[in-house]
Unconditional design. Sequence first.
Length: 198
Amino acid sequence: MASMEKLRASVRKSLPEINNIKDEALRNKVVEAWAFALSETEFTSIDQIKPSGNPNTPPLKRGTQSDHLRGVACAAQGLADGLERVHGDLGIDRDLLWACGLCHDLGKPFEFSPKNQARWKKNIGAAGYPSIRHSVYGVHIALTVGLPEAVAHTAGAHSGEGELIQRSLENTLVHFADHAYWRVMERVGLLDMSEGSK
Ligand SMILES: [Fe+2]
């Protein structure tokens, strides 16, 4: 099993945009959250996780799960840039937006883990399938390492779960960036549509 120090280094390498977070404590907690999420699974790098939105949806033909996180985080900032260019300051917390973008899929190592997938499929009646989705599990990871509640909120409600509540400002930007990411990748032919149904 990889040491936490190795996992932290792996996370820093996979997600260079972490360095855009000005607040040192927040930056370190983003690293800690991903290292902790990986440590519970057979993965030692975010790059090893299937590059798809869900375990059964089409993956990227080229690119990694890290590229997805980076793309969404950068797209959310770009969306904020475009709107603020026209409307002026909209009060978007850019540090928080980076953290929310990079952490929205914190629960994917757990949900995408081949070991967990096999365990759940063996007895869906007992476990449910999936037992806990990445969105919900991401809340557990975020709160365990002490990330702000707003980051846990984005992990838990960037997805369909967010339709039951009102999303925060930063989560709204991440939610649309995330959905746009997969739609655009499909349109430019970067998704392997032979796999999955999305
Ligand atoms: Fe995502």
